[in-house]
Ligand binder design. Structure first.
Ligand SMILES: [Zn+2]
Length: 59
């Protein structure tokens, strides 16, 4: 299950693994599934992120 957070005027869905935030829960879930499976982020998914954590493991 992904986290949900209000940032500014937006509801952001956060991947619990990498902390990247997405505008819809499906993408956040996709990221979380990928992150937990591969122990790394998929650039093709994170490129859609609308929120990036300051202390990200993802590069
Ligand atoms: Zn992730």
């Amino acid at each position: 299950m992904v986290s949900q957070r209000i940032i500014g005027d937006h509801t952001v869905y956060l991947c619990d693994e990498c902390g990247f935030g997405y505008s819809n829960p499906e993408t956040a879930q996709e990221c979380q599934d990928y992150c937990s499976t591969h122990n790394a982020c998929s650039f093709e998914i994170t490129v859609n992120a609308i929120y990036r954590p300051q202390n990200s493991r993802a590069v």
